[in-house]
Every structure is written in C-alpha cells, then in structure tokens.
Design a binder for this molecule. Structure first.
Ligand code: NAP
Length: 298
C-alpha cells in the first residue's frame, strides 16, 4: 500500500484515478482548485500548483510516496489566448510539483497529451517519435513532460488523447458527452472528418495508470484507447451505441474551422508498449461507450 496524492481530483481523469487508487487499497489525498471534489473515505484539499509554498505545504503534510499530476489548463484555445497562464500552470506548476517530489523521493506520474505531436506522420505515434507541438497548450505540456523526466529517472509520463466518460464532479462536458447531449436534444453536430485521435475512456485509463504506477515503469508510456478515428467516425459510433439519430451528424473539414489554436490532423497513439508492459489491452471506443450506456441505465 502506498500514499498517493492525486492533483486535479476534480477533473475528468483525476476523479477516476482517486477511485482506482482507493479501490487498490492505497491511502489517497485528492486536490482541487475551483471545484471542491468529494469522495467517500478520501481526504480532499484545495491546492493551486502555481503556488509553490502551498504545494509544498499540502503535499508535505500528506507525505506521499507517489503523486499523480492530472491537473492542467486543458482548454487548448484558452491556452493559445493566454500563453502566460498556460505556462504558469502547465510548466511552472509542474516544476513546483516535480521539485517537491524530488525533495522527498516521491515518484511522479505526469499526464500528458497526444497534441505534443504535429500529425505529419499520419500514423499512430510511438513513445520514440519526436514531439513537435503546434500550439501553446502542447508546448507547455511538453515542457511539463521534460521537467518530470529531468527531475527523476523513476518518474513517469503517460500520454492520453480525447478523454471521455461521465463526469460526476462537475458539469464540464467532454467530446463524447457533448455529442450525446446534442443528439438527444435533436441538435445537429458538425464533426471533423479529417482530424484523427485515439479516444480514451477515463475510468479505464485510470486503471491503467494505477497499474503502471504500481509497477517499475518509468519514462514515457502511451495510455490512450487503441483506436485511430476521426471525430466524425467517433460521432457515428456514439449514435450507434446510444441509439441516436446519425443523420444529425455532419462531416466537416478542420481546414474550414475557426478554432484559435492549431491541432494535429492525426495524433493517434500507439499503445503497444503499455499493453506489453501490463499484459492486457487498452479499451476500444465501442467498449467504452457500451460501459457508459450501461452505467447510465444501472
Ligand atoms: N481532456 C482531454 O481530452 C485530454 C487530452 C489529452 C491530454 N489531457 C491531459 O489529461 C489531464 C487530465 O485532463 P482532464 O480533461 O481530466 O482535465 P480537466 O477535467 O480539465 O481538469 C483539470 C484539473 O486541473 C485542475 N487545475 C487546473 N488548474 C490548476 C492549478 N493551477 N492548480 C491545481 N489544480 C489545477 C482543475 O481543478 P478545478 O477544476 O478544481 O479548478 C481540475 O481538477 C491533463 O493533464 C490534460 O492536459 C486531456
């Protein structure tokens, strides 16, 4: 049993990491910034990672063996418009956490993103491919990766892509819940047919993260779902699993969009290294969607 601090427990992924760590019998501390997260049997605390003293004080009090850093400024367009805020949270904040972890010998698992790649490869990216971020968000996340890996050879960086699942802590939508909600309200949705990602079911990803954290894994691992699908294809699968009207889904090109930040046209991740390490497969989109549907009706 370890003492595990989950930073960003109020986020989509963080909440499932808390659940999973607790299920595995670890002693857990969850932290939040704006949205007070509550978990049965788990202590939660306010903590802003941009505040070095506060970070040291909250983590110092808990004395973790392991820290999962799932907190970030995750809105890609907001990061582009506010580069200094993005840098403060995603890079400087990571430095505060990583420095503290180093000082007490705690292992750090940092959550990163498929967006560190430029998409030019047009195939799944492996851990050995060179990053080339196209946006401020991706640049600052890559800096977070470097800080994590430079600070200890035992630290872990896990890259995920397009997280989805039911968010029970906040009303914040993710790609999948936004599509489900729109189709249920009979609103049409326009989805890119030329942007390819590896959708990642947050509860299963949390399970994978804990297994890696409990192993001797260090360095970079890709921990997304195994599929490589356009956002349009993802929309069609959502309609199929949730029995919704697929005629409301329109295919559009990312080239015609007015998004502020650039995104890679294909940032799919190769998950073979993780699957080999753990001895089980990552969860497909269809399976993840079926689990969501099941959870809703139970
Ligand atoms: N979402 C995706 O599709 C996606 C794709 C690739 C990679 N990722 C990465 O995966 C990780 C988890 O993403 P997510 O979607 O679960 O995130 P999310 O739902 O947007 O939650 C972000 C979390 O970060 C916390 N946070 C933000 N600023 C903070 C600060 N200054 N100090 C402390 N905590 C702070 C938030 O706290 P409050 O809410 O309480 O303010 C929240 O708990 C992130 O590192 C993200 O970069 C996400």
């Amino acid at each position: 049993m370890s003492r595990i601090a989950v930073i960003g427990a109020s986020g989509l992924l963080g909440q499932f990491v808390v659940d999973e760590a607790q299920r595995d019998g670890h002693e857990v501390l969850g932290t939040f910034r704006n949205i007070p997260a509550e978990f049965k049997g788990v202590k939660t605390e306010f903590m802003d990672i941009t505040n070095c003293d506060q970070t040291e004080s909250v983590l110092g009090h808990f004395e973790p063996d392991k820290v999962v850093l799932a907190a970030a400024l995750t809105n890609v367009d907001l990061c582009e418009k506010n580069p200094s805020e993005a840098w403060n949270i995603n890079a400087e904040g990571t430095l505060n956490v990583a420095s503290f972890c180093k000082s007490i010998g705690a292992k750090l698992l940092y959550i990163s993103t498929d967006y560190v790649f430029n998409g030019v490869k047009k195939e799944r990216y492996s851990e050995w491919d060179n990053p080339d971020p196209l946006s401020i968000y991706a640049q600052t996340k890559l800096e977070g990766e470097r800080i994590t890996l430079d600070s200890s050879s035992t630290n872990l960086v896990c890259r995920v892509s397009t997280l989805y699942g039911w968010n029970r802590i906040s009303k914040k939508k993710n790609f999948v819940t936004w599509v489900i909600e729109s189709l249920r309200e009979r609103k049409s949705v326009s989805l890119f047919s030329d942007q390819f990602v590896s959708p990642t079911y947050a509860p299963h990803c949390a399970h994978v993260l804990l297994k890696l954290l409990e192993s001797d894994a260090h360095g970079i691992y890709h921990t997304s779902g195994p599929d490589c699908l356009s956002r349009y294809e993802i929309g069609l699968r959502i309609a199929e699993v949730f029995d919704l009207d697929r005629s409301l889904i329109k295919a559009i090109s990312a080239k015609d969009s007015d998004l502020v930040a650039r995104r890679p046209c294909c940032s799919c991740l190769d998950v073979e290294k993780t699957e080999k390490k753990l001895g089980f497969g990552m969860l497909s989109l269809i399976e993840g969607l079926k689990r969501m549907r099941q959870e809703e009706s139970s």
